[in-house]
Structure formats: C-alpha cells, structure tokens
Design a protein around this ligand. Structure first.
Ligand code: COA
Length: 175
C-alpha cells in the first residue's frame, strides 16, 4: 500500500515532485533541534533529492510523506530493528511548522502504527523523544504510547546534554 487516506491529510509515498516542498518545510532549525543530527540542516533541495531517492526502498513502504492539499508537508516512518530486536520498530516523524497544532502528527502517527502492525512482523513500536520536546511527547501520549524509560543524559544536541524518553506501544495494546 502506498497511500493511506486520512481525511484532511494523507500518507503517501515520497515522489520526485516533492523536492521543493520537502526542502521548504524541513529546512527549519526548530525541527532539527528535536531530531537526530543526521537529519539535514540546512535542508537543501539536494538533501531532499537524496532522501526521495532512498525513501521508497522498502516493500512494504517504511516511509511516508504527510500530504496536505497535494503537497508533502512532513514525514513519518519506521526503522525496523534487527537480530534479537527484530520484532521492534522505531518510529520517527516531523511536520512543517506552518501546520503544527492541528492534530496532523497525531493522525499520522496513529495511522503509521496501525499500518506497521498490519504489514510487518513486529510486536512493539517505540520512539526516542528528547525530554524538552513537549509537543512530540503529547503526540505520543495521544496515540496511547506509554512512557517506558528515562535515559538520563543520553542525548547531546546543540552541545547540551539532556535526558531522552522512550515511549512504546505494543501490538496487543491495539486489540
Ligand atoms: C512534534 C510534531 C511532529 C507535532 O506535530 P503536530 O501536528 O503539531 O502535533 P499535534 O497537533 O498532533 O499535537 C501536538 C500537541 O502538542 C501540544 N503542544 C504543542 N506545543 C506545546 C507546548 N509548547 N507546550 C505544551 N503542549 C504543546 C499541542 O497543544 C497538541 O496537544 P493537544 O492536542 O492536547 O492540544 C511537530 O511539532 C514537529 O515536527 N516538531 C519537530 C520534529 C519533532 O519533534 N519530531 C518528533 C521527534 S520524537
């Protein structure tokens, strides 16, 4: 499946036509501040092109654009874990600042969780969230993730060491 209809937003595969919209929405220090350093900043059109070239490698898809009015304005995806952790996936997501606080991420994360449990042989989805990221913590709580652990001083971002929380949801929680 490469399209999930959610009403005002949809999840769909990344496409070459998204390069400009991806770069425009992702190029924001407030977004980068809450993500791993490997997320590009500044987020150039070249970075967008590189992402779109690899985003559709997995089948079933593990990465989706969050589409609003035809434009890709954010992203949601999972990373499947390996070896003894192969029943786990880590979820990540971001949204262009113009679209914050409209419930879009909550809708996207809920849909991605349901899709991931249906399409992959996993039993647990988790998120690593920085302690200061109140918006994302709220999204996870609204999506019924449970706070599982506090990793003390586990993260360094912008030269500041901070705590990181692990939130998780089990497949059985959805039944
Ligand atoms: C996290 C993010 C995806 C949330 O997207 P969103 O579409 O605005 O999220 P939603 O609208 O679904 O929910 C946001 C919730 O956080 C709350 N919130 C936002 N900022 C807040 C703040 N400063 N203090 C308290 N609550 C806040 C909103 O009120 C809302 O909760 P509510 O529905 O109970 O009112 C977006 O802020 C983002 O892209 N941030 C940067 C990247 C990021 O942090 N990614 C996740 C990494 S773990």
């Amino acid at each position: 499946m490469n399209r999930i209809e959610l009403g005002n937003i949809n999840l769909r595969s990344w496409q070459k036509k998204d390069i400009k919209s991806l770069a425009r929405n992702a190029n924001n220090k407030k977004i980068w501040d809450n993500l791993r350093d490997e997320f590009p900043y500044p987020y150039t059109e070249m970075a967008a092109k590189q992402w779109i070239a690899i985003a559709n490698e997995d089948n079933p898809l593990t990465n989706f654009a969050i589409e609003y009015k035809g434009n890709a304005v954010g992203g949601v995806g999972i990373i499947l874990k390996s070896d003894v952790f192969r029943k786990n996936a880590e979820i990540g997501y971001w949204l262009g600042e113009k679209y914050w606080n409209k419930g879009f991420a909550t809708k996207a994360v809920n849909a991605m969780v349901e899709y991931s449990f249906q399409n992959f042989n996993i039993v647990r989805i988790f998120a690593n969230v920085f302690e200061t990221n109140v918006a994302s913590i709220r999204v996870l709580e609204k999506c019924k993730f449970k706070k599982e652990a506090i990793l003390e001083k586990a993260v360094i971002k912008n030269n500041k060491v901070q705590n990181c929380y692990i939130y998780s949801i089990l497949k059985e929680d959805l039944l």
